[in-house]
Write a protein that binds this ligand. Structure first.
Ligand SMILES: Nc1nc2c(ncn2[C@@H]2O[C@H](COP(=O)(O)OP(=O)(O)OP(=O)(O)O)[C@@H](O)[C@H]2O)c(=O)[nH]1
Ligand SMILES: [Mg+2]
Length: 1044
C-alpha cells in the first residue's frame, strides 16, 4: 500500500459527509493498540508484517517498555470503501484515537471520547467483560457515541484454550451476552435516574416504556466484529453471508440474520431453521464460519502442512508469493493467509464508516448536553446562543461562528514540530543540492591534492594534524555552549487536542477563550470586560499522525485538530469561540477521581524553582493529575494510582523539571466517624452496661460562649448507613447547587431530583435512632436539616431541634442564594448569627478530632440554642460575638463527636485478579496480610482460572501489584480501582478493660492497634501531637557489653 499523501487527507477534511471521528476503547491489554496498528498499516505508514508488533501509537518510551498505553493519541487515516453498497466506492477520512485501558489513565479516555462520534469497543474473548470494559460502556452511553464491538483474540480460543468450534461458539455467545448485560444496566440506571420514583408505580413502568431495541450489540445488526488483531484478520457475519449466499441459495440479507444465533442449516429443505440447540444440531455460525477458521489454524499452525497451502490459497481466492511459502514461522503464515482472506483493516473500517455517523449528524439531545450545563433551564438563554445550537448541529464549515472544544493539551517536543523539521525538497531542489555537493567534493579534492603537495615540500605534516584537531574541538565546544541555552527556553510545546464543531479554523485567527463560569444568560458577562472571557490567537494548525504532526493551512468543522500557540492560555480544557454568545462546554465525564497523593521534593534544594515550573507543565500535560501545594509548603501531586505516579515522576525528571526528585510515601486520606456503642468487647464477650453508661444525657454537650451570653446543647449521633450512602452519592449535586451563581434559576429536572433525594432521605431516616430525644416524624426531621458539611455538600448533617427557625435548607438550594429562602421575616436575634453557627459546624466537620481528617456520617443534633439579647454582645474583652458563636459551635461539635465511640474510615480499593489454581493460595496470603477481604472467587467456565474479587485498604496497597506479580510469578496482574469508604471497626483509643480482654491481649495490648497506627501516622505527618512513648521501661534497659 503506497503512503497516503497529506493532501488527500486535507481534501477529505472539507467533505464533511466523508469524515468519521472514532476512538478505540477497552480494558487494559485487550488489544486496542494492536488493532490500531493494522489500521495504520492499511495506509502504508507501517508495513503489514510489523503491524501488531510495532504498536505505532505507543510513542512514549515507557509505553513501549511496559507494553501499556498511557495517553490517548490520534491519527488520520484514509479509507476507500468498496465492498459494501451502503458505503460505496468512495473515499473516507477516519480520525482514529487510541486510548489507554489502564485504570490509572482513565481520564485520558474521557478526553478522547468527547471528540468522537463513535467508538470501537474491544473485548478480549478469553478474559471477557472486565471492570474497565464496563466503565467504557458507561462513557460511550453517556457521551452518546455509536459503538461497534470487536471481539478480539479469537485465536486464543483455538491455540491457547484449545476449544472445539462449538464450545468456542458458546463461549463467544456468553461474552456477547455479558457485554449486552453491561450496556443494559447502564441504560436501566440512566432511565431510572430520570424518572420520578417518589411515585412507586413509576418504578416498573419506566423501563417498560423506553425503546432499547437499537441499544444492544448483535452480529445480525451488523455491529459486531470477530477478530484476531495480532494475526491480522477480522470478519463480520455479512462477509460470510456474501460468500455463502449463492451456495446456500439464500438471499444475502436473509443469511445475515441467521448466520449468528440458534439456527441450523437444513440441507434437504435448503433453508435455515431455528432450534439448533434443542435438536442438537450444529449452529450455522459453527458450520460455515468457525469450522473454516479452525481448519486453517489446524493446517497451518498445528500440523504445519505446507503442501496444502497453495491449494487452500486457490480455494480462498488469494495469491501467495513464493516468499510466503518459504516462511517457517506458522504465525507469519497465518497472518499472510487469513490476513488476505479476511483483511482486518477493510472489515473494521467498513463497519466504522457504515455505522458511525458523520460529524454533521448530531442529535438534538447531544448538542444540548454539550452546549448547555446540566442544571440550567435552556429557555433562559438569549436567542443568539440558542441559534448557535442549530449551527452546531449542522456542523457548518462556512459558518462565521467558530466553536472549538479543546479536550487536553498534548506535550510535543519542539524538534517534532513540522516547522523545526528539515524541509522536504522537491525534485529540482534535490538536483540543485546534488550538484552543489558534487561541486564541493571536487573542490575539497583539489584542495587536498594541493595541501598534500605543499606538505610534502614543507615536511610539516604533524603540525597540520594538530591544527585540525584544535579546530574541530573549538567547533564542538561552540555547539555545546549553545545547546543548554536552547533547552532552557522550552523543550516542549503544548498542542491543544481539539475538535472544531462549527466554522473553519485558520492560523492567525483571534478567538475568545470562554472559562467554565462564562454564562451568556448573565447580561453583565456579555462584554469583553468579563473576567471569564479572554482573547487568544491561533498560531499553527496541525494534523495528528500518531507521534508526528503535519502543518495545515485551515481545518473545517467536524475534524480533530492540533492547535499551537495556546500554551500560555489553556491549562487543560477550554472552549474557544468567535462569539461570546457561545456557552462554555460542559465538563468532561470523569471515570475515576484521583486519590493517591504523594509529596515531591527536589534532591537538591536549590532546584526547587525548577521543580515548581516542571510541576506546572506536568499539570498542563497530564489530564488526570492534580498539582497542589500543602499548607505545610510541600508540593503535592494527586494521581490515579501507582503506575500513574511513576509516569508523572519520570516526566518530571526527564522532561519538565529535569531535576532528580524524591517522592514521599503515598499520603492517604482518611475520614472520621462515630458508631453506636459496641455490644460485645474485643474478645466477643457481651458487655454488661451500667445504668450510668446507658444514660444518654451524659453524651449531650452543653457549651457557652466566652461571654456567657449564648448557650447551646447538642449531641452527635451516627447517621444510618443508607442516609450516608445517599448523601455520598449526591455530593457533586449538592456542591454544584451550593456554589451555583447567585440568581440563577435551577432547571425543573434538578428540582425533581432534589425532591427524590428528600424522599429517599426520609425513608433512610426511619432507621435513625434518636435515643428518645425527638418524637418528630422522619419527614419532619428532613425538613429540619440546617446544613450539610463539610463545604455544604458532605455526608454530615446539622439538625435543628430547637425553637429557632433556621432558613430552609432545601429551598435555599433551589432558590436565589441571598433571599432568606422562604423563612418568615423574624426579628429573632439568632438569625444574625446563623451563618456563624453553620460555619462552626462546617469547620468541625472538615477536620475531626482524631487526626484532622473530614468527618463522615455524623448528625449533630442541636437541642438548644439561646442568645441573650443585650447591648454588651460585642464587648471588647471577648472579641466579636459572631466569632464566639462560631467557636462555640465548632468546639461543641468536636466534643459531641468525642463523647461517642470514634472510628477511622479508610478508602478501599477493589481489584479483580484472574489466576490459576496453583497460585491461588499465595495470592490469598498476600491479600490477607494486607488486611484485604475476598468478596468472591469463582472458577471461570471453561478456563480453569479463578476470577477473584477482593477489596483492600488503600493505605495497605503500596507495591501490592508488584508483590502479587512476584508471588504468582507474573501470572496475576491486578488493577486497583477505588471502590468505597469503609469503617475500620477498631477503636483507635482502645485499651483492654474487661478481664477477658486483659487475659487475651495483656495489660498494655502491645499488639499493634491498626486504627491507632493509621491515626498516628497521619498525625505525625501533620505535625500533631502523637501519644506514644519512645522508651517504655527505661529502668529495665541494660547494656549488653561483656563483663570482664
Ligand atoms: N493472541 C493474541 N494476542 C493479542 C491479540 N491482540 C493483542 N494481543 C496481545 O495482547 C497484548 C496487549 O495488546 P495491546 O494492543 O498493547 O493492548 P492495549 O489494549 O492497547 O493495552 P493498553 O493500551 O495498555 O490498554 C499484546 O501482547 C498483544 O500482542 C490477538 O488478537 N491475539
Ligand atoms: Mg494500548
Amino acid at each position: 500500500m503506497p503512503v497516503i499523501e497529506t493532501n488527500t487527507l486535507v481534501n477529505l477534511q472539507k467533505n464533511i459527509e466523508r469524515v468519521r471521528n472514532i476512538c478505540i476503547l477497552a480494558h487494559v491489554d485487550h488489544g486496542k493498540t494492536t488493532l490500531a496498528d493494522s489500521l495504520v498499516a492499511s495506509n502504508g505508514i507501517i508495513s503489514q508484517r510489523m503491524a501488531g508488533k510495532l504498536r505505532y501509537m505507543d510513542t512514549r518510551q515507557d509505553e513501549q517498555e511496559r507494553g501499556i498505553t498511557m495517553k490517548s493519541s490520534s491519527i488520520s487515516l484514509y479509507y476507500r470503501g468498496g465492498a459494501d453498497e451502503a458505503v460505496g466506492e468512495k473515499d473516507y477520512l477516519v480520525n482514529l484515537i487510541d486510548s489507554p485501558g489502564h485504570v490509572d489513565f482513565s481520564s485520558e479516555v474521557s478526553t478522547a471520547v468527547r471528540l468522537c462520534d463513535g467508538a470501537i469497543l474491544v473485548v478480549d474473548v478469553v478474559e471477557g467483560v472486565c471492570p474497565q470494559t464496563r466503565a467504557c460502556l458507561e462513557q460511550v452511553y453517556k457521551e452518546e457515541l455509536k459503538p461497534v464491538l470487536v471481539l478480539n483474540k479469537i485465536d486464543r480460543l483455538i491455540m491457547e484454550m484449545k476449544l472445539k468450534p462449538l464450545d468456542a461458539y458458546f463461549h463467544i455467545s456468553q461474552v456477547l451476552e455479558q457485554v449486552n448485560a453491561g450496556l443494559g444496566s447502564v441504560f436501566a440506571s440512566d432511565v431510572l435516574a430520570k424518572e420520578d420514583i417518589t411515585n412507586k408505580d413509576n418504578y416498573e413502568s419506566a423501563l417498560e416504556e423506553v425503546d432499547d431495541s437499537n441499544l444492544y450489540f448483535s452480529p445480525a445488526a451488523g455491529n459486531v466484529i470477530f477478530c484476531s488483531a495480532y494475526d491480522g484478520w477480522a470478519f463480520s457475519v455479512s462477509d460470510f453471508a456474501k460468500t455463502y449466499a449463492e451456495r446456500l441459495e439464500l438471499a444475502q440479507t436473509e443469511l445475515e440474520q441467521v448466520l449468528w444465533g440458534d439456527f441450523y442449516y437444513n440441507a434437504k429443505k435448503k433453508c435455515a431453521t431455528p432450534g439448533a440447540q434443542e435438536k442438537a444440531k450444529k449452529p450455522m455460525f459453527v458450520q460455515f464460519v468457525l469450522e473454516n477458521i479452525w481448519n486453517l489454524y489446524d493446517i497451518i499452525a498445528v500440523r504445519k502442512d505446507k503442501e496444502k497451502l497453495p491449494i487452500i490459497a486457490e480455494k480462498l481466492g488469494i495469491t501467495l508469493q513464493a516468499r510466503d511459502l518459504r516462511v517457517s514461522d506458522p504465525k507469519a503464515q497465518i497472518k499472510t493467509v487469513l490476513g488476505q482472506w479476511l483483511p482486518i483493516d477493510r472489515t473494521v473500517l467498513e463497519m466504522v464508516v457504515r455505522h458511525v455517523p458523520a460529524p454533521n449528524v448530531i442529535s438534538d439531545e447531544r448538542a444540548s448536553r454539550l452546549l448547555f450545563p446540566r442544571n440550567t433551564a435552556i429557555d433562559a438563554y438569549p436567542s443568539e446562543t440558542l441559534m448557535l445550537k442549530e449551527e452546531f448541529k449542522r456542523c457548518n464549515d462556512q459558518s462565521k461562528n467558530i466553536i472549538v472544544f479543546v479536550s487536553k493539551m498534548t506535550p510535543v517536543h519542539i524538534s517534532q514540530l513540522p516547522q523545526n523539521k528539515p524541509k522536504r525538497f522537491n525534485e529540482s531542489e534535490l538536483q540543485a543540492r546534488r550538484d552543489e555537493v558534487r561541486r564541493r567534493i571536487e573542490e575539497r579534492k583539489q584542495i587536498a591534492e594541493q595541501t598534500e603537495l605543499e606538505n610534502l615540500t614543507a615536511g610539516v605534516e604533524t603540525l597540520n594534524v594538530e591544527e585540525t584537531t584544535v579546530a574541530v574541538t573549538t567547533e564542538y565546544t561552540a555547539e555545546a555552549e549553545t545547546e543548554p541555552e536552547q533547552t532552557e527556553k522550552a523543550d516542549f510545546a503544548f498542542i491543544a487536542f481539539a475538535r472544531i464543531f462549527s466554522g473553519t479554523l485558520k492560523p492567525g485567527m483571534r478567538l475568545y477563550n470562554l472559562a467554565p463560569k462564562h454564562d451568556p444568560r448573565n447580561k453583565d458577562q456579555l462584554n469583553l470586560d468579563s473576567p471569564y472571557i479572554s482573547e487568544v490567537t491561533i498560531s499553527d494548525l496541525y494534523l495528528f499522525m500518531g507521534g508526528e504532526l503535519q502543518a495545515l493551512d485551515e481545518v473545517p468543522a467536524g475534524n480533530i485538530v492540533g492547535i499551537g500557540g495556546l500554551d500560555q492560555d489553556i491549562v487543560k480544557t477550554a472552549t474557544l469561540s468567535s462569539t461570546i454568545n457561545c456557552t462554555s462546554f460542559s465538563e468532561l465525564n470523569v471515570m475515576a477521581t484521583p486519590i493517591l497523593r504523594v509529596a515531591i521534593e527536589p534532591v537538591h534544594p536549590q532546584d526547587l524553582t525548577k521543580l515548581a515550573k516542571g510541576l506546572q507543565l506536568l499539570n498542563q500535560a497530564d489530564a488526570c493529575v492534580q498539582v497542589s501545594i500543602a499548607p505545610t509548603g510541600e508540593h503535592l501531586i494527586t494521581t490515579l494510582g501507582e503506575v500513574h505516579v511513576e509516569k508523572c515522576v519520570r516526566d518530571l525528571e526527564e522532561n519538565y523539571a529535569k531535576v532528580k526528585v524524591n517522592v514521599s510515601k503515598p499520603i492517604v486520606s482518611f475520614r472520621e466517624t462515630i458508631v453506636p456503642e459496641a455490644t460485645v468487647d474485643m474478645v466477643n464477650e457481651a458487655i454488661v452496661k451500667t445504668a450510668n453508661a446507658k444514660d444518654i444525657t451524659k453524651k449531650i454537650i452543653t457549651f457557652q460562649t466566652a461571654n456567657k451570653l449564648s448557650t447551646l446543647r447538642l449531641i452527635a449521633l451516627p447517621l444510618p448507613q443508607a442516609a450516608v450512602d445517599l448523601l455520598e452519592k449526591h455530593i457533586s449535586l449538592f456542591k454544584e447547587l451550593a456554589t451555583k451563581d447567585k440568581g440563577a434559576a435551577v432547571s425543573e429536572k434538578y428540582a425533581t431530583l432534589l425532591a427524590q433525594i428528600k424522599f429517599q432521605l426520609t425513608n433512610a431516616f426511619a432507621e435513625f435512632d434518636f435515643k428518645g430525644l425527638s418524637s418528630l416524624e422522619p419527614a419532619q426531621l428532613v425538613e429540619r436539616i440546617w446544613s450539610l458539611g463539610p463545604r455544604n455538600c458532605g455526608t454530615n448533617i446539622l439538625l435543628n431541634l430547637t425553637d429557632y427557625e433556621h432558613p430552609n435548607f432545601w429551598k435555599s438550594l433551589i432558590q436565589h442564594a441571598d433571599t432568606d429562602a422562604g423563612a418568615k421575616i423574624t426579628n429573632d436575634i439568632r438569625r444574625d448569627y446563623n451563618s456563624s453557627f453553620v460555619n462552626g459546624f462546617q469547620l468541625a466537620t472538615a477536620a475531626g478530632p482524631l487526626c484532622e481528617e473530614p468527618m463522615q456520617g455524623v448528625a449533630f443534633v442541636v437541642l438548644e440554642w439561646s442568645v441573650e439579647s443585650c447591648d454588651d454582645l460585642n464587648s471588647k474583652s471577648y472579641g466579636p460575638f459572631s466569632g464566639q458563636v462560631l467557636n462555640a459551635s465548632k468546639e461543641s461539635c468536636r466534643m459531641g463527636f468525642q463523647a461517642q465511640p470514634q472510628r477511622l474510615v479508610s478508602p478501599m480499593y477493589s481489584c479483580n485478579i484472574v489466576v490459576n489454581a496453583e497460585v491461588l493460595g499465595k495470592m490469598y496470603a498476600v491479600i490477607g496480610r494486607r488486611h484485604g477481604k475476598i468478596l468472591s472467587g469463582d472458577l471461570t467456565q471453561g478456563s480453569g482460572n479463578f476470577s477473584v474479587m477482593a477489596v483492600l485498604p488503600v493505605i495497605e496497597s503500596f507495591n501490592f501489584a508488584q508483590e502479587i506479580r512476584k508471588q504468582t510469578s507474573g501470572l496475576a496482574c491486578p488493577q486497583l480501582m477505588f471502590s468505597h469508604w469503609e469503617i475500620i471497626d477498631i477503636d483507635p483509643f482502645w485499651v483492654p478493660t474487661t478481664e477477658e480482654e486483659i487475659t487475651h491481649f495483656g495489660e498494655k495490648a502491645d499488639s499493634a492497634n491498626r486504627a491507632k497506627v493509621y491515626m498516628d501516622s497521619v498525625r505525625r505527618r501533620k505535625g500533631l501531637y502523637v501519644d506514644e512513648k519512645v522508651v517504655e521501661h527505661a529502668e529495665k534497659q541494660r547494656t549488653l557489653s561483656k563483663k570482664k
